[in-house]
Design a protein. Structure first.
Length: 90
């Protein structure tokens, strides 16, 4: 019986430690999820802006049937914009 008590207290300590670790993991998971959602909203805002400016490519590349990334759309837009500015100057 005396060997039983130390095991129970050890188990309680382990459970408390695991609960604390779980609490920490949940905290970081929630923080990461919030940051990820924030970044996704920011990217969506940039896509929305690009949807409304002249010379911007569509979100979907019809020839390849996949989505352009935000940076791809921005680089294509800058290129198209510069080409059209030089055309207007001639």
């Amino acid at each position: 019986m005396s060997t039983q008590k130390p095991k129970i207290t050890d188990l309680k300590k382990q459970i408390e430690q695991l609960e604390e670790e779980l609490k920490t993991e949940k905290y970081w998971h929630n923080l990461y999820s919030e940051e990820l959602e924030k970044k996704e909203r920011e990217l969506e805002e940039v896509h929305s802006i690009l949807d409304n400016v002249p010379f911007a490519p569509p979100r979907i590349d019809d020839s390849k049937n996949n989505d352009f990334s935000c940076i791809q759309r921005m680089s294509i837009w800058v290129s198209n914009f510069m080409v059209n500015i030089f055309k207007e100057k001639k």
